[in-house]
Design a protein around this ligand. Structure first.
Ligand SMILES: Nc1ncnc2c1ncn2[C@@H]1O[C@H](COP(=O)(O)OP(=O)(O)O)[C@@H](O)[C@H]1O
Ligand SMILES: [Mg+2]
Length: 373
């Protein structure tokens, strides 16, 4: 390929080193900038390896909120290191966590904040646990929103960080029976920004995820609707001051109940997304296969959205996406793989031949990885 002014440099991971990360004692890997297929038995560490890449890119896991879960049993710390190439530069990254310590992130050897990772890099992960986005508790859907909206707007990341800090202060005030009006004012201000960002994100996603889903499911229908707990649905207008006012009105309405319950009952920390598959609520009427297809449709749409917003292809991590999709659906997914940046894909089954011939094939067995062919 000729380099030209129009060549879009793909961000990619060129080396990875793990120490005491889940089932890996030590692991060194030199991935391809294109497709990487990780093939291995159940329990060999495929999902853990994808998680490590996610942690390196954003400083947190996509599936666990507790860093200490990730540290290898009986070890005191984990460390993920790697080099990411980005627009011609290579950036050395490291994320390390001590069992009884803080997380340390370094970029080119300089101590850095997670927000700096969000600013520089982007990663999208899809896997079996994503069915929970359709069928699990609301907190899973909010984590989905937060992880991916933060990658398109650092302001959003700042707002959710600020919001949760104010929320804990308000909850502390409720527990101690002291005045909390000033916190309500701040919650409405920050919350309104979060609500707008979520609304816009889901509106865009709704269109593209719907079209991916109909491809994966022989014309099935997927749609989603944002249900902000602070507002009546009819009132949603993308106007920050109006949303803030309505949120404040709602906070006043529930004030007495919050005092009795000693907890904060409305706001973005209680938001919901309603997913429908073929016009029925996905959570109660969907099948496993439908949830899996819908989740993959969602994640591939997020990928496209981020690619457009950021101007480069995020690293894409696809965990066992063939396991629960039938042949027709798998073929549709593979079809959508043209025009990708770097991809890591795991499979316990033989990888589809049309993929394996384009890929760096890695065999993974009890915490060890080797290249095959
Ligand atoms: N913190 C940890 N320390 C040691 N082993 C762990 C830790 N967390 C998970 N594991 C082990 O990792 C293995 C599963 O790896 P996983 O990546 O889920 O496998 P795969 O995706 O290939 O099926 C399991 O044997 C599990 O017990
Ligand atoms: Mg797995």
């Amino acid at each position: 390929m000729f380099a030209s002014a129009f060549f879009i440099y793909t961000m990619h991971l060129s080396s990875l080193k793990l120490t005491s990360f889940r089932n890996f004692e030590t692991l060194k890997l030199t991935p391809s900038a294109g497709i990487n297929v990780l093939h291995g038995k159940n329990g060999s560490g495929k999902s853990n390896l994808l998680e490590a890449i996610f942690v390196l890119c954003l400083g947190r896991s996509q599936r666990s909120n507790k860093d200490s879960d990730i540290i290898k049993h009986e070890r005191e710390s984990y460390r993920v290191e790697g080099v990411i190439h980005d627009d011609g530069r290579s950036i050395e990254l490291a994320v390390a966590v001590m069992r009884r310590g803080r997380k340390q992130i370094t970029i080119n050897g300089v101590k850095s904040k997670a927000s700096e990772l969000y600013e520089k890099f982007s990663v999208v992960a899809a896997g079996p646990e994503d069915s929970e986005i359709l069928a699990g508790p609301p907190s899973v859907r909010r984590l989905f929103l937060d992880l991916y909206i933060s990658q398109q707007s650092i302001k959003y990341l700042e707002n959710i960080t600020k919001y949760s800090r104010i929320l804990s202060q308000k909850n502390a005030a409720l527990k101690e029976n002291i005045e909390f009006d000033s916190f309500n004012f701040l919650l409405a201000e920050t919350g309104a920004r979060i609500i707008i960002a979520r609304q816009q994100f889901l509106e865009t996603l709704n269109k593209s995820a719907g079209s991916f889903y109909s491809k994966f499911s022989k014309n099935g229908q997927l749609d989603m609707k944002y249900k902000p707990s602070a507002l009546e649905e009819i009132e949603i207008k993308v106007d920050e001051s109006r949303i803030r006012e309505q949120f404040e009105v709602k906070l006043n309405q529930v004030k007495e109940r919050e005092i009795i319950l000693k907890s904060s009952i409305v706001g973005p920390h209680r938001d919901e997304i309603e997913f429908n598959i073929n016009s029925f609520p996905a959570r109660t009427h969907g099948s496993q296969g439908e949830w899996r297809s819908a989740a993959i449709a969602l994640k591939l749409s997020v990928y496209q959205l981020l690619k457009e917003k950021r101007g480069f292809s995020p690293i894409l991590l696809l965990d066992e996406i063939f396991a629960e999709l039938d042949e027709h659906r798998s073929a549709a997914v593979i079809d959508s793989f043209n025009d990708l940046g770097q991809l890591f894909l795991t499979t316990a089954l033989e990888p589809p031949a049309q993929l394996a011939e384009k890929a760096l094939n890695l065999k993974i067995d009890s915490g060890q990885v080797e290249a095959v062919r």
